[in-house]
Design a protein around this ligand. Structure first.
Ligand code: FAD
Length: 449
C-alpha cells in the first residue's frame, strides 16, 4: 500500500502529522509541487522564493536520512498529485488544512479528483496552526472577531500531542525525484528546518524569558524572528507553544500569546476568505489618491525618520520589526489616509515572512477596517520613537543620513535643526502634517473611537 504526503506550508519532518500519518503506509511518496500559479504571481518574491528553496533542500536532506527523498514536481498541485496517485495506485493522500481561499479551493478540488479515482484524501488539522481552524468558535458564529475572548478559549483548549518523526520511509520503485532546488540564503535569512530548530533552541535559551521586556524595543533583537520559519512550516507552532510552556515565565506567556494572535488571524481568514482583500468591517473610507505619497512611503522617503527606518529595513532585509509594521501601517492608512491594500501588497512584495492571514488581517487591524476594537486609534511616530527608540539606535541604523546626529531628538525630528544644517543632511522634508492627517482621518470616520 502506498500513500502520498503532500507538503505545503509544513516543510519539516519534526512534529508533522501529515508526514507521520502518510509514513504508516508500506510505501510513501513525500511530495512537494511548486505551484506555478503562485510562483508566477505577485505572491512570490525573491526573499520568500530563496527561503522556500532552502527549506526544500533541507527537507530533502532530512528525508534522505530517513531512507527516502523529497519528490518535486512543478505545475498545478491537484493535477500533479492526482497523476502521481494514479501512477502508483496510491491508497491515501495526506495534506495539511490551511486557511486561505486559494488553499481551501485546492483542497476541495483535490478531494473531488481523488474521489473520482476512489482514493482517500486525509486533511490534517493543527499542522499550520496550534489549534484546528474553525474549532474555537463563540456560540452563534463560525469565528471569533475579538481577540481577548478567543485567546481565553485558545489557552484552555487542549493541544494535540506532538507526533514522532517516522523511523524510516520507503519510496516505491521507479519514482523520479525531480529537481531539488539548491539551498540558498536570502540576505541574513537562512531557510530550512535545521537552521530553524537551531535558532528556536537559541531563542528558548537566551531570548524567551526577557521577551516581555524587550519585544517592543526597536533596536534590540528582542523577538524570536522565527516568523518566516512558521510561515513555511519549518517549525511546528504546536511544538513551539509546548516548548515555551515548559519554561514558564512572563516572557513565555507573552510569546505564546503571540502564537495565539497568529491562530486568531488564520481562523478569521478561514471563516472569511474574502477578508484577505476586502474590508472585514466596511467603514465607507474614501481613501486619498496614492500618487507620490505612496511612492515616498514605499521608498522610505517620507521625512519621518521612524517611518522611513522601517520601510528601508523592509526593502533591505525582507523583514520589519512588529512595532515598525504598526507605525508604518498607521502612518500610511491614518496619516496619509491611503488604502491599506497598497500597504499590504507592498509588504507581501518584500517580506520574507509574508503571509496572507497575518499580513492582510494585521493591515486591516491597523487600518481600523479589521478586528481592532479601537479602530480609530492613530499612532504618532514621534511618540512611538520616544517610547520604543529613545536613543535613536534603530533610526540611525536604517537612515544613514541621520546617523551622525548626536541628539536623539534631532534624529527623530530633523526639522528642529537650523535650515542650513538640515539641508546638508540630504534627508527629505516631511511629506505630511501629523496633526492635520489625524484630524482629517478622524473627521472622515465621524471622529469616534
Ligand atoms: P515574535 O514577537 O517572536 O512573535 C512570535 C510569533 O507570533 C511570530 O513569529 C509570529 O508568527 C506570531 N506573531 C507575532 N505577532 C503577531 C501578530 N501581530 N499577528 C499574527 N502573528 C503574530 N506576521 C507574519 O508572520 N507575516 C506577515 O506577513 C505579517 N505582516 C504584518 C503586517 C502588519 C501591518 C503588522 C502590524 C504585522 C504583521 N505581522 C506579520 C505580524 C508580526 O509583525 C510578525 O509576525 C512579527 O513581527 C514576526 O517577528 P517575530 O517572529 O520575531 O515575532
Amino acid at each position: 500500500r502506498t500513500s502520498i504526503a503532500v507538503f505545503t506550508r509544513d516543510l519539516r519532518v519534526n512534529d508533522n502529522p501529515v508526514l507521520t500519518a502518510a509514513a504508516a503506509a508500506e510505501f510513501t511518496i513525500p511530495m512537494f509541487v511548486q505551484d506555478t500559479v503562485i510562483a508566477d504571481s505577485s505572491f512570490s518574491n525573491r526573499h520568500r522564493q530563496h527561503f522556500l528553496n532552502a527549506g526544500l533542500a533541507d527537507l530533502d536532506a532530512s528525508l534522505q536520512q530517513l531512507g527516502a527523498a523529497l519528490v518535486i514536481r512543478s505545475g498545478d498541485p491537484v493535477e500533479e498529485v492526482a497523476r502521481m496517485a494514479e501512477r502508483f495506485d496510491v491508497e491515501s493522500v495526506h495534506i495539511a488544512a490551511d486557511a486561505s481561499g486559494y488553499a481551501r479551493a485546492r483542497e476541495r478540488r483535490l478531494h473531488r479528483v481523488l474521489a473520482c479515482q476512489r482514493r482517500r484524501l486525509v486533511v490534517h488539522e493543527a499542522v499550520i496552526t496550534v489549534h484546528p481552524l474553525g474549532e474555537i468558535t463563540p456560540s452563534g458564529s463560525d469565528h471569533f472577531s475579538v481577540f481577548s475572548p478567543y485567546y481565553r478559549r485558545w489557552r484552555d483548549q487542549r493541544r494535540r500531542p506532538l507526533v514522532p518523526v517516522p523511523d524510516r520511509i520507503d519510496l516505491p520503485e521507479g519514482l523520479s525525484q525531480g529537481r531539488v532546488p539548491a539551498g540558498a540564503a536570502a540576505h541574513d535569512w537562512q531557510g530550512g528546518e535545521t537552521v530553524a530548530r537551531h535558532r528556536a533552541n537559541e531563542w528558548f535559551a537566551d531570548g524567551l524569558a526577557d521577551y516581555l521586556d524587550h519585544h517592543d524595543d526597536l533596536a534590540a533583537d528582542g523577538t524570536s524572528r522565527l516568523s518566516p520559519y512558521l510561515h513555511f512550516g519549518n517549525l511546528s507552532p504546536v511544538e513551539l507553544a509546548s516548548k515555551a510552556d515548559q519554561r514558564p515565565s512572563r516572557g513565555s506567556e507573552a510569546y505564546v500569546r503571540q502564537l495565539a494572535w497568529r491562530d486568531f488571524h488564520h481562523q478569521v481568514l478561514a471563516a472569511r476568505p474574502a477578508a484577505a482583500w476586502q474590508d472585514y468591517r466596511y467603514r465607507d473610507d474614501q481613501w486619498s489618491d496614492p500618487g507620490r505619497l505612496l511612492d515616498a512611503w514605499r521608498a522610505g522617503q517620507t521625512g519621518f525618520p521612524l517611518v522611513d527606518a522601517g520601510m528601508r529595513e523592509l526593502i533591505e532585509t525582507g523583514w520589519m520589526h512588529n512595532r515598525s509594521r504598526l507605525v508604518t501601517g498607521s502612518f500610511l492608512t491614518k496619516t496619509l489616509y491611503l488604502d491599506w491594500r497598497h500597504g499590504a501588497r507592498h509588504f507581501l512584495d518584500h517580506l520574507v515572512d509574508g503571509d496572507l492571514a497575518n499580513n492582510n488581517l494585521n493591515w486591516q487591524w491597523v487600518a481600523g477596517t479589521g478586528t481592532d476594537t479601537r479602530p480609530n486609534r492613530v499612532l504618532n511616530p514621534l511618540r512611538q520613537a520616544e517610547r520604543y527608540d529613545p536613543d535613536a539606535r534603530y533610526v540611525r541604523r536604517w537612515v544613514p543620513e541621520l546617523a551622525d546626529l548626536q541628539d536623539p531628538r534631532d534624529v527623530h525630528e530633523p526639522w528642529r535643526l537650523p535650515e542650513i544644517e538640515r539641508k546638508a543632511l540630504g534627508y527629505p522634508e516631511p511629506i505630511a502634517d501629523l496633526a492635520a492627517g489625524r484630524a482629517h482621518f478622524l473627521a472622515t470616520r465621524g471622529g469616534g473611537q
